[in-house]
Design a protein around this ligand. Structure first.
Ligand SMILES: [Zn+2]
Length: 249
């Protein structure tokens, strides 16, 4: 019921989420996508390239999209070898942005360790030359990837309410589970727990910002989503006790 009311209130907020490959966006920001869709944004995902098993991997991406409330999955006609910081890729991304006129775009972290991920973001930065959308970058896709740069968690989103849907959307990519091993998705969950800990909730997702064009109201004014994690519930009281103890000296 609440979700329906929110849909009416926030109609027309189009958000495009880019991933180089079919399972990238779920790892990076599935919980945030759930929140975005729950408060009435129209979220579309765009996969730049499908490296193998094209039909089954697109089907997995569509199954994951259903779990998250994504309106449609766009698959760009870019072959794996063509995906780069080049005119073919920039042209394809330009045309999607022109068609959807998004208010906000989410993409890979530009310092990600995978060249395809980096190239998608560089193409999006090129596409901003004639558009006015906000650009956010989700965290590195492979939790264990090593890069010389450090991700700056500038914007953290409470996704505690949506962690189960995030994990289900990752598991929808069934072909990737044996390939990446059982610790893969648990690594993603662990990172969400770490990001949640940084904002005193159970689970979170983090973003770096390239630009915000004045409007930061991604969640339609809603701020209260998750519960404060139990270990923080009496933190205030403990702090007071500590202060009073220290005043006794
Ligand atoms: Zn990828």
């Amino acid at each position: 019921m609440a979700e329906h009311a929110d849909l009416k209130r926030n109609r027309g907020n189009t958000i495009l989420v880019f991933g180089a490959h079919p399972d990238d966006i779920e790892i990076g920001m599935a919980g945030t996508i759930c929140r975005l869709t729950a408060c009435g944004n129209e979220v579309y995902s765009c996969i730049a390239s499908v490296p193998d098993k094209r039909e089954s991997r697109i089907k997995e991406a569509r199954d994951a999209a259903m779990i998250l409330g994504i309106k449609d999955v766009i698959v760009l006609p870019i072959k794996a070898a063509q995906l780069g910081y080049n005119r073919i890729s920039i042209g394809a991304i330009d045309s999607v942005i022109k068609q959807f006129q998004p208010k906000s775009v989410f993409t890979h972290w530009v310092e990600d360790s995978h060249q395809d991920h980096v190239n998608v973001t560089r193409c999006i930065i090129a596409a901003t030359r004639k558009n006015h959308f906000n650009v956010y970058m989700y965290e590195q896709t492979i939790p264990g990837g090593i890069t010389p740069a450090g991700f700056r968690a500038q914007y953290l989103v409470d996704v505690s309410k949506y962690i189960d849907r995030k994990m289900a959307s990752i598991h929808a990519h069934a072909s990737q589970l044996p390939r990446n091993g059982p610790r893969w998705s648990e690594g993603v969950r662990g990172r969400a727990m770490y990001r949640g800990y940084q904002i005193n909730v159970e689970y979170g997702e983090a973003f770096e910002i390239i630009k915000i064009n004045g409007d930061t109201n991604l969640f339609n004014g809603e701020t209260e989503v998750g519960e404060v994690a139990p270990e923080y519930a009496d933190a205030g009281e403990s702090a007071e006790e500590l202060v009073s103890v220290s005043f006794q000296f």
